[in-house]
Design a protein around this ligand. Structure first.
Ligand SMILES: C[S@@+](CC[C@H](N)C(=O)[O-])C[C@H]1O[C@@H](n2cnc3c(N)ncnc32)[C@H](O)[C@@H]1O
Length: 246
């Protein structure tokens, strides 16, 4: 557990953690929950989601309506804690993003964009289907007063308004810090720079290896988050300790 003025990271369930935050107090929420895909090591409903073990709160596969039922309580909490000027992002696969969008509309969020992160060197599947190269990030808001730095978006878009298609090569194993689902830092850099101000409170209730925390602190934001898995918490704390004096 880390608990300083700028950074709070604990091992806890996402719903309990979010319930501990004050209403309308958060500027940016980034959620990259377990999606229940083979990519994460899940072979059948209710099984592993990353480290090859099962815990009580594992959601079942992202292509089942039970995934929607699992998402709704924490997405409802995200809506409660987000400031009217805030922005929230839900990251998922083709299996899970539809349920997350449905839950976010049910609880009252408005969708602004569905960003596609496309990997330019995907691994072809063994199964009878197309090669999966895309992951999705839904950007949702609570009201029309949301913060958006147009100049920053143009900077990331090479002097043109950034589009909703973001491409990159796949991540190397060395960039994953021992967590199978680590996301690239450039992705969080864009999101945090465009959709929040320095000093803003950034929350990630599924922080995994701590990518959101590392980038938020580097960019001068404050961070609060949780992960249910003690191994993820240990990786994230080590990573934060290496990069920042929190
Ligand atoms: C896809 S990974 C997040 C990876 C992260 N974005 C990163 O860059 O490292 C999802 C994380 O959610 C955590 N998790 C699963 N169920 C949870 C729950 N009910 N509450 C909080 N965290 C949970 C898992 O332990 C896992 O580390």
């Amino acid at each position: 557990m880390i608990c300083t003025q700028n950074c709070r990271m604990i091992q806890e369930d996402c719903v309990h953690f979010l319930a501990s935050l004050e209403g309308s107090s958060v500027d940016l929420i980034f959620c990259d929950p377990p999606h229940g895909t083979v990519h994460e090591g899940i072979s059948s409903p209710g099984q592993n989601f990353g480290f090859g073990h099962k815990v009580e709160s594992d959601p079942i596969m992202g292509n089942s309506i039970e995934y929607l039922n699992w998402c709704e309580p924490w997405i409802r909490e995200c809506h409660r804690v987000l400031a009217p000027t805030g922005n929230a992002f839900f990251m998922g696969t083709h299996n899970s993003i539809g349920w997350m969008l449905a839950a976010s509309l049910i609880v009252g969020f408005q969708t602004r964009n569905l960003i596609t992160w496309s990997v330019t060197n995907p691994v072809p599947p063994l199964a009878r289907r197309l090669t999966t190269s895309c992951t999705f990030v839904a950007w949702v808001v609570k009201s029309g007063k949301y913060y958006f730095d147009r100049a920053a978006s143009r900077r990331f878009g090479n002097h043109r308004q950034l589009s909703d298609l973001w491409a990159s090569r796949s991540m190397r194993k060395s960039e994953k810090h021992g967590h199978p689902m680590t996301k690239p830092e450039w992705l969080l850099e864009r999101i945090i720079s465009i959709w929040s101000l320095p000093g803003a409170l950034v929350v990630d209730p599924f922080f995994g290896s701590g990518t959101t925390a590392v980038v938020a602190l580097r960019l001068g934001r404050r961070f609060a988050g949780c992960d249910i898995d003690p191994r993820a918490v240990a990786i994230a704390e080590r990573r934060i300790g290496d990069v920042h004096h929190v």
